[in-house]
Design a protein around this ligand. Structure first.
Ligand code: PAF
Length: 273
């Protein structure tokens, strides 16, 4: 595996690649969730490029940019063992200059739910994804369904800008007890981790209600909120796959989402119905 830190070098290296290029953008602290994206890309493409870059512009002031886990050596080894061909790990000054052209998330879909509680977050996400797409020029890019709104907005950006990149949604990977894998789980104390299970528990209850034929969004959300009561909840929401709020669950076209704090750690989870 080759590790590249310079933008120009990455672009040159990409030019020499023939066949289909799969890309897995990450912020590092890699876990099984990331590995599942990498493995899928390795299976579906001639070349796989992974990026590791803790992107400052998607963190709001006061968020965890400084303490976000950085485990570069361990991550490098994980990528190498997995069979990644190129690892792109730029420094911040390689990626960002001053007084840059901005990228704006859509005014509605980029500023509800995650975007409401983290205003500007998706501007930063779409900015870095745009830059990385231009540097790596992938044929396919792999995103996890756990960041459902991010996945939707990246798909929308690619559609809106007539970009010839296939965005591949990948399933959420969970620990055996149901906790959705996230680099931020590293922040949780044992007690906070067991409280964090309430997110997946509430989603499981929602899925069971739907199975039983209860489709009313208010009824489902009320049940979920009861389960989530010990946590500080930011939102429980039921939307269609285009992120329009739903009053009734539509089988095959629904995402049920939750965001809540366990201790000081903000967690998100969702289920696709
Ligand atoms: O999902 C993430 O890890 C990040 O938001 C991404 C897509 C790598 C952009 O920084």
């Amino acid at each position: 595996m080759e590790t590249i830190t310079k933008v120009q070098e990455m672009m040159e290296r990409r030019k020499g690649l023939e066949g289909r290029v799969g890309f897995v953008p990450t912020m590092g602290a890699l876990h099984q969730g990331h590995l599942s994206l990498i493995e899928r890309s390795l299976k579906e493409n001639d070349h796989t490029i992974v990026s590791i870059f803790v992107n400052p512009t998607q963190f709001l002031p006061g968020e965890d940019y400084e303490r976000y886990p950085r485990r570069y050596e361990a991550d490098r080894r994980i990528c190498e063992v997995a069979g990644v061909e190129l690892l792109f790990m730029p420094e911040v000054h390689e990626i960002y200059g001053v007084d840059e052209v901005g990228i704006k998330a859509p005014k509605v879909k980029g500023y509800i739910l995650e975007g409401y509680f983290r205003p500007g977050h998706f501007d930063g996400v779409l900015q870095i994804v745009t830059k990385l797409f231009h540097i790596v020029r992938p044929d396919r890019a792999y995103f996890g369904k756990k960041d459902a709104q991010q996945l939707y907005l990246v798909q929308k950006m690619v559609r809106d800008l007539f970009w010839d990149i296939e965005i591949v949604p990948c399933e959420i990977v969970r620990d055996r007890d149901g906790l959705a894998l996230s680099s931020r789980n590293l922040y949780l104390s044992p007690q906070e981790r067991s409280q964090a299970l309430l997110l997946s528990k509430s989603l499981k209850r929602a899925a069971k209600m739907v199975q039983e034929g209860i489709l009313d969004a208010q009824t489902i959300k009320a049940q979920m909120e009861e389960i989530l009561a010990p946590l500080e909840v930011e939102y429980v929401e039921i939307v269609d796959r285009e992120f329009n709020r739903l009053d009734q669950v539509e089988i095959g076209n629904t995402i049920i989402l939750v965001a809540a704090y366990s201790g000081g750690t903000r967690l998100i989870d969702n289920i696709w119905i």
